[in-house]
Ligand binder design. Sequence first.
Ligand SMILES: NC(=O)c1ccc[n+]([C@@H]2O[C@H](COP(=O)([O-])OP(=O)(O)OC[C@H]3O[C@@H](n4cnc5c(N)ncnc54)[C@H](OP(=O)(O)O)[C@@H]3O)[C@@H](O)[C@H]2O)c1
Length: 330
Amino acid sequence: MKNKQIILVKKPEGMIDESHFAAVFTDVPAPKDGEVLVKNRYVSIDPYLRLLTEEPATFSRGVQVGSRMESWSVGEVLESKSDAFKPGQFVVGYLGWQEYGLAEARDLRRIDPSLAPLPAFLGVLGMPGITAYFGIFRYGKPQAGQTVLISAASGTVGMTAGQLAKMHSCRVIGIAETEEKCHYLVEELHFDRAINLSQRSLIEGLKEDAPEGIDLYYDNVGGETLDNALLFLRKNSRVVICGMISQYNVKTPYALKNFDRLHSARATLKGFIVADLMSQWPEAISKLERWVKEKKLKHKENIFHGLENAPKALHSIFTAAPIGKTVVEV
Ligand SMILES: NC(=O)c1ccc[n+]([C@@H]2O[C@H](COP(=O)([O-])OP(=O)(O)OC[C@H]3O[C@@H](n4cnc5c(N)ncnc54)[C@H](OP(=O)(O)O)[C@@H]3O)[C@@H](O)[C@H]2O)c1
C-alpha cells in the first residue's frame, strides 16, 4: 500500500497554481503507541494555505519546498494504538494533503457523521465555522438592530458569520462578486442586502443600502474593500480583521488611504487568528453543531474529486471561488 501525497515543488511569487505542486508516493506509516492511522476522505482547501507557502512563512509552521502540503482533513480510522479511537470511527485532524495520515490520538477530534455530510466538518463545523463564531461574538460584539457588513460573504467564513449576526437580530449586508452569489445570500441565507461588486462599487452600494453607516465590518478580504468600508464606519463601530484574501497573491500590498476614519469614528480594529483560541474551540463546535442540527445554520460545500486536484482547487478559491466550502475528495 502506497501513500499519495501532494508536495510543494516551488514557492509561488504571485498567484498560486498547479505548477507549484507535484504528487509523490511514500510508504504508509505504521502507528506507534498512542498514535492513530487515518485514511483521509476529504482534505480542506483554505485561503491561509497560500500564506503557508510564503517566504518567510507568515505562520510559524510554513511549508517548505519538498514538503507535503498541510491542511485540515476528515477521515476514517484504519488502525489505532490508542484506547481513544477504534477502526471505522470518523475524525478530523491536521493531516495534510495525503491519502493516509498518522496522528497522536490527542490531536484528533471524533465526529458524528450522522450530523452533517463529512465535508461540512471542514467548513461550518470546522476551522472556518469556528473562526466566524469567535470573529462575530468575541470580537465583533454585534448588538440587535446594528448594521453588520461582511466581505467575501459567500465564502465559508462569510456566510457563517452573516448567519450568526442575523441570529443576533442584526441587519446584515454581504459583499460578493456575482449575481448568483448575491441571490444566494439574500434568498437562501436571508441576508438583508447583498452588494454585487461586478455591478456597483462598494461606495455606491453602501450609500444605497447603509445610508446611516455600519456598526461592524467583518473583513475577510482587506485591500480596497477594507479601505472603502472604513468610510462608512459609525461612531463606536468595530472592524474585525479576519482575513485579507485579496492580498495573499499580490506582490505589492494595497496601501490604505482611509485609516483616519478609525479615529473620527472612535472605532476599534481587531485582528485575530483562530488557532490562538484552540483550547476554546469545543465551546464553538458544540454551538455550531446544535445550530446546524436545528437547521438554523445553513452550509454548502463544493467537492473536487481526486487528491491530485487539490492544487487546482486551491487556485480556484482565489480566482473563481464557488459558493461555500471547497474540499477535495481523496
Ligand atoms: N483569522 C483566522 O483565523 C481565519 C480563519 C479562517 C479563514 N480566515 C480568512 O477568512 C477569509 C475567508 O476564508 P474562507 O474560509 O471563507 O474562504 P473560502 O470559503 O475559500 O472562500 C473564499 C472567498 O474569498 C473570496 N475571494 C477570493 N479571492 C478574492 C479577492 N482577490 N478579493 C476579494 N475576495 C476574494 C471569494 O469570493 P468572491 O470570488 O465572490 O470574491 C470567496 O468568497 C480569508 O481571508 C481567510 O484567510 C481567517
